[in-house]
Write a protein that binds this ligand. Sequence first.
Ligand code: CP
Length: 307
Amino acid sequence: MANLFVNINDLSNQDLLAMIHQALLFKHGDLIPAAEKQVVANIFFENSTRTASSFQMAEIKLGFPRIVIDPSRSSAAKGESLSDTLKTLKAIGVGIVVIRHSLRGWYEPFYESAGKTLPKLVNAGDGNGQHPSQSLLDLMTISEHFGRFAGLKIRIIGDIYHSRVARSNAEILKRLGAEVTFSGPRDWRDASLTQYGQYVDLDDGLGQQDVVMLLRVQHERLSADENSTFTPIAYHAQFGLTQARYDCLKNDAIIMHPAPVNRGVEIDSDLVEAPKSRIFQQMANGVFARMAILNYLNSPLTTRELV
Ligand code: CP
């Protein structure tokens, strides 16, 4: 049984496709969780609305006992190390921890050396490293619309460098056979991602894309200089999804954004809920994707026959 869900790219294609399938079964009420239910602890050192609340919603729907730890009121605020916090949670009976943290790869030293003495871990986002549960819900959303990944043209647009979503999604989408390209400000490019797709001008081939995946401008990770010179109107004109760009998209194209959305910056506010937008569907799917993740770490699944 798996102990970690920290990087979507660690999963085999078989496990990944099974988890997407399970998430869709959960969505349609065709799957019930196994009887064994481990206690889950949720700890968010960074702000979150979607990930934190949809993990809790997934835990409620699965019937998992759960606790929520506020880092500002925990012993982490007294200087306790993350490793000792995790060992403490294991000692008091927590089976799975869901953690968001601002430090990229924070879990690597602990889980390499002491994985067996720690609870199972779900990475709910680590700095600009990985966001595997977002990737799973994104893959689920693409699969729901297209039923495949191979051959899809997917453009990832915006603040690539500071984005854990771009880093998580680019590699797995390429592995699944999608044709990934990137667009965005030159200063926010990440050369390490060019193994998965090339950078192109935003308007270059936009009308041939199947998926337009917008990224939030991550002001919390920009330097003071970058924030002071950032101009929302100029960014929107150059890199945002304007009505004119929307109008040139294929009939069957979909628009995605992990949210929270900076309305009028990455996307025209009127387009957030436009027919091609899947932004709120992504959020809804997040609950079922996270149910599949928790089940993956908890125990095998059982399928209920539909009557
Ligand atoms: N997409 C996402 O991770 O949103 P939250 O920061 O609200 O969890």
